[in-house]
Design a protein around this ligand. Structure first.
Ligand SMILES: [Fe+2]
Length: 188
């Protein structure tokens, strides 16, 4: 078995240094490190974006983090929209971190779903570690609701920014999956 490579999370996601709250910054690094310690991959660059998208997750998530901050910059610059950047950066950096344990290297190097990936919803494993390490529920909500497979739509602006950044990046790296559904609903 190949020697597991050490991982420098901040080198992969330098925007972590922009998280103002030091406890949160350290907790985000600790969650990523704990996931990496539990994973059976030797190189983070080998992990795919998903079962359907073979493009590596690393540049996908790096671009998602960049997109999130660019959207936050535009909204703050033009409208003065208040955005919790600590929550946004933490949620974006952690959005797909659980993929390192949801997938495992299979035969011929092709990724296969692990027991964690088969038995829990995407993001669950990262969220439970995040809660253990004291990361606020609001950030776990941003992280857990980013996926179109999530049971809930994000309820906060930080969550919605991440949701759309992720979906836009998937269009860029994979292809357009958007479908329009016309719905008539009651405002609650
Ligand atoms: Fe994801």
């Amino acid at each position: 078995m190949s020697q597991k490579k050490t991982i420098d999370i901040v080198a992969l996601y330098p925007q972590i240094n922009q998280i103002k709250n030091a406890d949160l910054r350290n907790a985000v690094i600790a969650v990523w490190q704990a996931l990496w310690d539990q994973s059976s991959w030797s190189d983070p660059a080998q992990i795919p974006t998903s079962s359907e998208i073979s493009y590596p997750n690393l540049p996908h998530t790096q671009c998602v983090v960049t997109l999130c901050l660019s959207m936050a910059d535009a909204l703050e610059h033009h409208h003065g929209t208040p955005i919790n950047r600590d929550y946004l950066i933490a949620g974006a950096v952690l959005q797909d971190a659980s993929k390192v344990v949801e997938y495992a290297p299979g035969p011929e190097g092709k990724a296969i779903k692990s027991a964690i990936g088969r038995q829990f919803p995407h993001g669950f494993w990262c969220a439970h570690l995040a809660i253990e390490k004291g990361i606020p529920y609001e950030i776990c909500h941003v992280m857990l609701t980013h996926s179109s497979s999530a049971a809930q739509f994000p309820s906060t602006l930080e969550g919605k920014i991440l949701y759309f950044a992720d979906q836009l990046d998937v269009i860029a790296i994979h292809g357009d999956r958007w479908k329009k559904h016309l719905l008539i609903g009651k405002q609650s």
